[in-house]
Design a protein around this ligand. Structure first.
Ligand code: ADP
Ligand code: MG
Length: 383
């Protein structure tokens, strides 16, 4: 991989790269739609990711190329940058813009990116390219920022420079992921624990439904406000600032205060899903992968029936998995309505799984899903 990219770099820039960096994509293993309710998420980095090759130039310009995209671009060295339309290079440009706010002055650079994460499918290729660029420039130019600062800076790029309203989980997982470990993270406090997540005889199958996530933003905002309605209703009797301050038992004592049936369903999902993350961490600590798998199925069921953010495509994948004997757990991952599902698939059954799932999925949905097999990999690093 690196050799091919190095050749490509030479072809594009007529010089050899000086340094190479890698940042992974991520999946959320469990804990969905609870980050904005003060709860816990459990992401991990995956073995697919984005590479960046760098060399300085004497032309006082920053040149951007990506193997994944045709548009090339170069920018003069300036103190500040602005987003220029929707082209891919706005992501790394945003990172440079943010780094310069800390007093760094950009220098002449040739940059080449390549990613093997499916782009725009919810595996966070965007956080990958952001954290990758921030980490690489910080390392290459010795800027002295720690990883957490780079995570926060990358999130600002996504939220402000690019204009996508998303939480910090993605950048955090891309930066702090470790091989065969999951991260239990509170996205508000940024307190986190690394837990063993050795999948043993199993692999992480990632199934891209190939359904565009069109509804995502409006429904996401709707769920955020439904949760805040539930909180207001509960606070007539108790005093909490987040739904996830309640355990399932405590919630049951006060849930009668939520009169609206839909609002009650949403809050029930949130509280129970947060409990499931605790149980999932316990199961992983005890090496009980099958219990972890059962919690994944329970999470999906709740997202489908109580939170109503699944859809025919994601359900088709998870239904197939629950009837396939070599999968011990599966669920939608990410905001829902499309994007990806994940499954714990026994090693050795990759081809059989792909063939049978494809048959079943096409019969129900009319077009194929794409299946990737990955491990749990390391966070951003230099190579
Ligand atoms: P995702 O779910 O993959 O994060 P987004 O729409 O949030 O989807 O981000 C995808 C965007 O990130 C791409 O359209 C592109 O602008 C940028 N990007 C991701 N990976 C690469 C890459 N390898 N090369 C260039 N740009 C990339
Ligand atoms: Mg993204």
């Amino acid at each position: 991989m690196e050799q091919q990219l190095s050749d490509k770099f030479l072809e594009k820039y007529k010089q050899k790269p000086i340094a190479t960096y890698f940042a992974p994509g991520r999946v959320n293993l469990i804990g969905e739609h609870i980050d904005y309710n003060g709860g816990l998420v459990m992401p991990c980095a995956i073995t697919a990711g984005t590479w960046l090759l760098i060399a300085p130039n004497n032309d006082q310009v920053i040149r951007f190329n990506s193997v994944n995209f045709e548009e090339e671009q170069s920018f003069d060295i300036q103190k500040e940058y602005q987003k220029t339309g929707h082209e891919w290079y706005n992501y790394p440009l945003g990172v440079i813009h943010e780094l310069q706010k800390f007093g760094w002055m950009a220098q002449g650079l040739d940059l080449l990116y390549f990613g093997n994460i499916p782009i725009g499918s919810g595996l966070s290729s965007s956080a990958s390219i952001e954290v990758l660029t921030a980490f690489a420039l910080n390392d290459y130019f010795n800027l002295g920022h720690d990883k957490l600062e780079l995570v926060k800076l990358s999130k600002r790029v996504e939220n402000i420079f690019i204009g996508v309203n998303s939480g910090i989980m993605d950048q955090f997982a891309v930066a702090f992921g470790e091989t065969d470990k999951a991260i239990v993270l509170n996205c508000d406090t940024l307190k986190y624990k690394i837990v063993d997540c050795n999948l043993g005889d199993y692999n992480l199958a990632i199934i891209n439904t190939n359904k565009a996530r069109k509804l995502e933003e409006s429904k996401y905002n709707e769920r955020v406000s439904e949760c805040s309605e539930a909180l207001t209703a509960l606070n007539k009797e108790i005093n909490i600032s987040n739904l996830c301050e309640l355990t399932a038992e405590k919630f049951a004592l006060h849930s009668h205060l939520i009169e609206n049936k839909t609002t009650l369903m949403r809050a029930t999902h949130v509280v129970k899903e947060n409990d499931r993350v605790h149980l999932a961490a316990k199961a992983l600590n005890a090496g009980e992968l099958e219990e972890f798998g059962r919690l994944m199925y329970a999470s999906h069921q709740s997202l489908k029936e109580l939170y109503e953010v699944s859809g025919a495509e994601l359900d088709a994948v998870v239904d197939f998995c629950s009837n396939y004997e070599h999968v011990i757990g599966a669920r939608m991952t990410g905001a829902g309505f499309g994007g990806c599902a994940i499954a714990l698939l026994k090693k050795g059954f990759e081809e059989d799984f792909a063939q049978k799932l494809t048959e079943s999925y096409v019969a129900k949905i009319g077009y194929p899903a794409t299946i990737y097999i990955h491990g749990i990999g390391n966070g951003v690093s230099s190579i």
